[in-house]
Design a binder for this molecule. Structure first.
Ligand code: 13P
Length: 256
């Protein structure tokens, strides 16, 4: 069975509640429900916006999924500033981004942290979107595939295949994020194919075949078609272009 594409917007630290409601209404008003037969669509706003955004889509009976950008693996307790998986479940999050490069580089998130988050999320049936990607230095050293595949292996270490089912991997080269410098379709395809091969090694060919691998990094309406045309790219994880309804909707339509 072909993989259903997933177009996911990562709003990062953008949009107050009022702004988030306007953007989600704008998306909803310009959205045709039957697009969701051909593609899954997800938005990942900041925590405080999750409930208001969910409410907008529910009111319009539109099955756009919502997801968080991060989570902590403990259920509850003295972890000031953190948000738990039960909190996300209650709001109706079905996805959670894990190990985004901004969290790894700015907030010191390690492969071990990513693994604990993936483990806890999969046990709670929230699909992790595991972000992996190399820096310019790694790319220039010629070790991109090695580096990225090691990140994938670390993220899923010790996790059972039945639990991991539904997980998503997003390949986001650091040098392409927010820079306007997209990976070429060939560069992106090469790494996404290696990610799929790693998933096959870890969990078997069927798992790898059904698991979505996204590309992220300056994806926009001008380059989306070429990227999605690659056999191992099953959608996008989009920052900047997801902050406006018109561009996000163009990206969704490119999946149809
Ligand atoms: P941009 O689309 O703004 O480059 O961001 C990509 C990204 O980091 C999505 O998670």
């Amino acid at each position: 069975m072909p993989r259903k594409p997933l177009m996911a917007g990562n709003w990062k630290m953008n949009k107050t509640i009022a702004e988030a409601v306007v953007l989600s209404q704008d998306i909803s008003n310009n959205f045709e429900r039957d697009w969701l037969d051909a593609a899954d669509v997800l938005v990942c706003p900041p925590y405080v916006d999750l409930k208001p955004v969910k409410t907008v889509f529910e009111f319009d009976k539109l099955d756009i999924a919502i997801g968080a950008q991060n989570v902590y693996w403990e259920e509850s307790g003295a972890y000031t500033g953190e948000i738990s998986i039960p909190m996300l479940s209650e709001i109706g999050c079905t996805y959670c981004i894990v190990g985004h490069s901004e969290r790894r580089t700015l907030f010191g998130e390690t492969n071990e942290d990513v693994n604990r988050k993936v483990d806890a999320l999969t046990k709670a049936h929230i699909n992790p979107i595991v972000c992996v990607g190399e820096s310019t230095a790694v790319r220039e050293s010629g070790k991109t595939r090695e580096f990225v595949c090691a990140q994938v292996e670390a993220a899923f270490a010790g996790i059972e295949p039945e639990e991991a089912r539904g997980s998503v991997v997003a390949y986001e080269p650091l040098w392409a994020i927010g820079t306007g410098r997209t990976a070429t379709p060939e560069q992106a395809q090469e790494v996404c194919a290696s990610i799929r091969a790693t998933l096959a090694d870890l969990f078997g060919a069927d798992f790898a075949d059904e698991t979505r691998v996204l590309y992220g990094g300056s994806m926009n309406p001008g380059n989306v078609e070429m990227l999605l045309a690659q056999p191992d790219i099953d959608g996008g994880l989009v920052g900047g272009a997801s902050l406006q309804a018109t561009s996000f909707i163009q990206l969704v339509k490119a999946c149809l």
